[in-house]
Design a protein around this ligand. Structure first.
Ligand code: ATP
Length: 226
């Protein structure tokens, strides 16, 4: 298998007296869909935030493409998040004042792509996520499932190498959840993006290539020969 793109080694992280991570390790290979499973409070989101350079572990290392995240500056880490990573959260977190098309175009605009080109690419992604009809609407005017598909389009429009998805279907009914998962993993496979998918639902994890379980802040790999 290729060299891993993202590596977490023996991460520990506490918030005051609460130990969120107590020895979490994992590897993400280019293009793979990895599900991070575990019960509520087990440390899944903290692990995802450490992997994405949002939360700094108390000890342990995170390497992205061989580079130690702790050795980079805040500016380098935010550039990495903007250029190489995409994010999908449980509640779309779209900008309410912008139309869905403008929301998807936003990461490109932040990368200084001109408006016309950014909106052309955003429209392509809305189409790909089967949600072209909401382009001119604001997030408050679309359904939960449509909003999540817009959020997936926004996460993928910059062609990231890793998409971090934290309970992306958590607020959806099962039919809409399945649709979001099918479109998210399909688009990621087409563009070669890896996906780190945090979920507590086996039905959602079924879309992954491999599963890692977090329990009391520690990871356990389900696949022996991963
Ligand atoms: N910023 C924070 N401040 C204080 N405690 C926190 C913070 N973030 C996480 N924790 C605590 O760390 C533990 C792990 O939380 P985390 O959100 O990583 O778990 P999770 O597995 O993602 O849970 P859930 O599935 O409920 O989202 C929990 O006890 C949580 O309350």
């Amino acid at each position: 298998m290729n060299a891993p793109l993202l590596v977490a080694e023996d991460l520990h992280r506490s918030f005051g007296p609460t130990r969120a991570l107590a020895g979490a390790s994992l590897r993400v290979h280019p293009g793979e869909v990895l599900a991070v499973m575990g019960s509520s409070g087990s440390g899944k989101s903290t692990l995802l935030h450490c992997l994405a350079g949002i939360v700094r572990p108390d000890s342990g290392r995170v390497l992205y493409a061989g580079r130690d995240l702790a050795a980079s500056t805040d500016a380098e880490r935010s550039a990495l998040r903007r250029e190489e990573f995409g994010f999908v959260f449980q509640f779309g977190q779209l900008v309410p004042e912008l139309t869905c098309l403008e929301n998807v175009a936003l990461p490109l605009r932040l990368d200084r792509v001109g408006r016309r080109e950014a909106e052309r690419r955003a429209a392509e992604w809305l189409d790909r996520l089967e949600v072209a009809e909401v382009a001119g609407k604001r997030p408050g005017e679309v359904s939960g499932g449509q909003g999540q598909r817009v959020a997936v389009a926004r996460a993928l429009v910059t062609r990231p190498r890793v998409v971090f998805a934290d309970e992306p279907t958590g607020a959806l009914d099962s039919l809409n959840g399945e649709r979001v998962m099918r479109l998210l993993t399909g688009a990621a496979r087409e563009t070669g993006a890896a996906v780190v998918l945090v979920t507590h639902e086996a039905r959602v994890a079924a879309y992954s290539d491999r599963e890692v379980v977090v329990r009391d802040g520690r990871t356990r790999d389900l696949e022996v020969a991963a």
